[in-house]
Ligand binder design. Structure first.
Ligand code: GBH
Length: 479
């Protein structure tokens, strides 16, 4: 039931439950800077931006970014201004374990995140921590990165260290941010480590090892820490809604298959009753692999024990949602070269009439949010969901009325999903607190409620109009 005050109803306001959580998010590589200070090791994004400047817009790097390593107290002050209840940020693995391995702990890294958490807690803001937001220690990449099964075990060592150090301070843990994105775009596209030609092989190995790593961390926490702490552990998925591009049976099926290949790939093994990969992924990849002359499926198989270990290994589902795509059936014949896109069998597009943002991929399609939330509810028996990212990239400038519009329309859609459809959503995180390094798009896309002047020596933060708007929502819980 939604607890809405009589006063707000009279005003005709849309309100969220009183205990609904509003927060803001960032990620380590995108804001921290300080890439090589005080014993931090190199991550794949450090080496990628340094060795492949041509793959990054304007040859930018995250070497300094918004300098949150030094300016985190200023960031917390902004969050106090916003009145948010929590801050979702990520820990840089190589700041804590310079080469990713547990034998060498960097004390400055441990200290830094303690200070960030202490500052948040002092200000009544709960720390929600992502363990892995794409910045793998470079040394582990030299071992093959996420295509090497041993990296799952190294991740467990790293996670244990985090629980030991921060277990009593963190209010919610997320193991991974968007495995779909970093497996597909890192091991089959142009995000770090930039394995451009590996789609259909390395992306699936990455996914397999990430799912194992996630499951192992959850079980390790249960056996080693659950008597001590009761913090919930989840994982964040990227889920743009995928709508059929026509009402033909082929396109409807193609859109559903695309959802299973995107969200289902990682959500089905963890959140479905049966566990394991979505049956349609298994079926398509097994059969296409055979046609292409492979002697085994390019999608690896879990053992029965692994299926059980991974099934049910999350207390809540983190959802990143920005936009919507249309999907139509791919009628071309399968290419001999493996690829995720061929395996999925759909062609993605967006409608020219959808309102645009400052990025090629984010079109403003609020109704897709409600449908995505309902799909999760249906597929996985209405798990607790927290929206861990939602936001819109715009150009520089403080008068961001389009961001206000975007937030309003997306929150309305989410409100309908909660109140009319009973989707079990208990919190919302705006991406982002501040402008930051947008991966291969450099600093060309601005997502911040606060603008960052990246040319100024002290990376000046200035409130945008949307920050006042969001502050009102996070304080009143009403639109
Ligand atoms: C999130 O990923 C990330 O978690 C966050 O770090 C990032 O800052 C935020 O989005 C905003 O970008 O050009 O059509 O091929 C979003 C997932 C996957 C979205 C790759 C853009 C490229 C689409 N991203 N995708 S396209």
């Amino acid at each position: 039931m939604i607890a809405v005050s009589a006063h707000d109803v009279a005003e005709g306001k849309l309100c969220f439950p009183e205990n609904f959580l509003f927060g803001v998010a960032t990620a380590a590589y995108q804001v921290e800077g300080a890439w090589n200070v005080s014993g931090k090791g190199e991550s794949i994004w450090d080496s990628y931006t340094h060795n492949h400047p041509e793959r990054i817009f304007d040859h930018k790097t995250g070497d300094v970014a918004a300098d949150s390593y030094h300016l985190f107290k200023e960031d917390v002050r902004l969050m106090v201004e916003l009145g948010v209840q929590f801050y979702r940020f990520s820990i840089s693995w190589s700041r804590i374990l310079p080469n990713g391995l547990i034998n060498h702990i960097n004390e400055d890294g441990i200290r830094y995140y303690h200070e960030v958490m202490d500052e948040l807690i002092r200000n009544n803001i709960q720390p929600m921590v992502t363990m892995y937001h794409w910045d793998l220690p470079q040394y582990l990449q030299e071992l093959g990165g996420w295509t090497n099964p041993i990296v799952s075990d190294y991740f467990v060592d790293y996670a244990r260290l985090l629980f030991q150090n921060y277990g009593s301070k963190v209010s919610a843990w997320l193991t991974f941010n968007e495995p779909l994105s970093f497996c597909e775009n890192g091991y089959g596209g142009s995000d770090a480590p930039g394995r451009l030609e590996s789609s259909g092989i390395e992306d699936y190995l990455c996914g397999h090892n990430v799912l194992r790593a996630h499951g192992k961390v959850y079980r390790m926490y249960q056996t080693e820490f659950q008597t001590q702490f009761s913090t919930k552990i989840g994982i964040t998925f990227h889920f743009s809604w995928r709508a059929p591009s026509s009402q033909s049976a082929d396109d409807i099926t193609a859109a559903e298959t695309a959802r299973q290949f995107a969200t289902g790939w990682f959500a089905h093994p963890i959140f479905s009753k049966t566990g394991d990969y979505p049956p349609i992924m298994r079926k398509r990849i097994d059969s296409i692999s055979k046609i292409q002359g492979f002697s085994r499926s390019r999608l690896p198989y879990f053992t029965p024990d692994e299926i059980e270990m991974i099934r049910g290994s999350a207390d809540f589902l983190g959802l990143n949602h920005y936009t919507t795509y249309l999907v139509s059936k791919n009628t071309k014949t399968i290419s001999p070269k493996p690829s995720y896109a061929d395996d999925m069998g759909g062609i993605k597009s967006q409608k020219a009439s959808w309102p645009t943002s400052n990025s090629t991929w984010v079109k403003v399609v609020p109704w897709g949010f409600r449908l995505a939330l309902n799909w999760i509810k249906r597929e996985y028996d209405n798990p607790p969901v927290i929206v861990t990212e939602n936001g819109v990239p715009l150009e520089k400038g403080l008068l961001d009325t389009r961001r206000i519009e975007y937030i309003k329309e997306y929150l309305k859609s989410m409100h309908t999903a909660i109140t009319k459809d009973n989707c079990n959503v208990y919190g919302y995180t705006h991406w982002s607190l501040i402008d930051n390094f947008e991966w291969t798009r450099g600093y060309s896309e601005r997502f911040g409620l606060y603008e960052v002047d990246f040319d100024s020596p002290n990376k000046t933060r200035t409130p945008r109009l949307s920050s006042e708007y969001y502050a009102r929502i996070s304080r009143t819980k009403c639109l």
